[in-house]
Design a protein around this ligand. Structure first.
Ligand SMILES: C[S@@+](CC[C@H](N)C(=O)[O-])C[C@H]1O[C@@H](n2cnc3c(N)ncnc32)[C@H](O)[C@@H]1O
Length: 371
């Protein structure tokens, strides 16, 4: 049986209507369920008994929280600077609240949606509005689907795929160039993305994304602006891919930042003295001392073993660059980049280059480095 708490009439996807309905529900009780009476009322109020047949069970597992506040929808479109010749990529159009606003400004929208029921509604609404020729709907998982051509991204995405989707968009910008991506994200995730060195939220998500893109805060969005309301608040951010993408090995960079940020408040000297870290690097690196003792298990860090030579080399690099007492949580990207190049020049690597992939595959794999 359908869970009635999340069964909404499609009438709710009409922003003007659902805002009125939602405000009334909030006045009566902090109850976000939808009972039979409310549903009948919704159908009557919407003036279409046919609506009653169009119930849709919104799935939490697919992040189906529809943005229904028209003021917020308008602000998102405005802040995206959509131009009349733009082709906008929208991930997760749902029932089309944002899609149809975008179509008022753009030449075309290409929308990738995982849920066939949403697509059915979207198609019907597009036909009713006569915009079907300007809306391409792709049925599929946005993480697994090859992106079509587009030059702008605007989306209220399912928060569960924020990291890999961001990786696909930001790291894949060479394959899919675009002007900017305006995304509605979980507020906490957005804060981490916007964090600067020294901020308590600063982490490798910010480091890795800002290597390739500038991130700008647009606005906060209350959970009350969605139907059904999610548990968390949200923020809109705008991401601008950098015009000059640094020429780095993405997998190597992500593996390096993963190591540095494993204990982001520790000094680099302390992080790189850990036996476990040295053992990992020993397997991946190629430097003079490596072959000293091939079955070196690192138990004895005395002089002469491969591991102790590696440790000496790393400490030397950290000292010479002035990095020994630096903490990753306070380091700007340029410093991290400089340190990685010093390591690599010395034959010390963080990723298995024998299994290196192209940038697109790497983008998918690297997304775990955003978490
Ligand atoms: C947060 S809702 C947004 C709906 C609509 N854009 C709005 O603002 O009202 C997210 C939508 O993404 C869809 N979705 C979830 N996972 C997806 C995926 N991996 N690929 C494409 N769409 C997905 C859901 O079915 C849902 O329609």
């Amino acid at each position: 049986m359908l869970n009635r708490r999340k069964t909404l009439l499609i009438g709710l996807s009409n922003p003007n209507f659902s805002q009125r309905f939602f405000r009334r529900r909030l006045r009566t009780k902090a109850n976000h369920g939808y009972d039979d009476v409310s549903r009948r009322n919704i159908a009557r109020k919407h003036g279409d008994e046919e609506e009653d047949k169009e119930k849709i069970h919104l799935l939490k597992s697919r992040g189906q929280h529809l943005l229904t506040n028209p003021r917020i929808l308008d602000s998102i479109v405005r802040s995206s600077n959509v131009k009349s010749d733009d082709t906008v990529l929208e991930i997760g159009p749902g029932t089309g609240n944002l899609t149809f606003k975008l179509l008022e400004a753009a030449s075309k929208v290409v929308a990738i949606e995982l849920d066939k029921r949403m697509i059915e509604i979207l198609r019907k609404r597009a036909d009713e509005r006569g915009v079907q020729d300007r809306l391409d709907i792709i049925y599929g998982d946005a993480l697994k689907t090859n992106f079509p051509e587009f030059n702008l991204v605007v989306a209220n995405i399912p928060y569960g795929i924020s990291s890999p989707l961001l990786a696909k968009l930001v790291f894949g910008v060479k394959t899919n160039p675009y002007r900017s991506a305006t995304l509605l994200l979980q507020k906490e995730f957005a804060r981490r993305l916007l964090a600067k060195p020294g901020d308590s939220e600063f982490n490798r998500l910010a480091v890795n994304i800002t290597m390739f893109a500038e991130v700008e805060f647009v606005m906060d969005v209350s959970k009350r602006d969605f139907v059904p309301p999610p548990k968390v608040d949200s923020s809109v951010v705008k991401i601008y891919p950098k015009s000059k993408i640094p020429d780095i090995d993405l997998e190597e960079w992500c593996a390096f930042t993963r190591t540095c940020f494993s204990k982001k408040n520790k000094t680099l000297g302390a992080t790189f003295k850990q036996k476990r870290k040295l053992m990992e690097l020993m397997k991946l690196s190629k430097f003079e001392g490596r072959s000293v003792d091939s079955d070196d298990d690192g138990d004895d860090l005395g002089s002469g073993t491969g591991i102790s030579l590696l440790r000496g080399k790393i400490v030397g690099i950290l000292e010479s660059g002035g990095f020994l007492d630096k903490r990753p949580s306070k380091m700007p990207n340029d410093d991290l980049l400089q340190l990685l190049s010093l390591f690599n020049e010395a034959g010390i690597y963080f990723h298995d280059r024998a299994n290196a992939k192209g940038i697109c595959d790497a983008a998918f794999d690297a997304c775990d480095c955003l978490l």
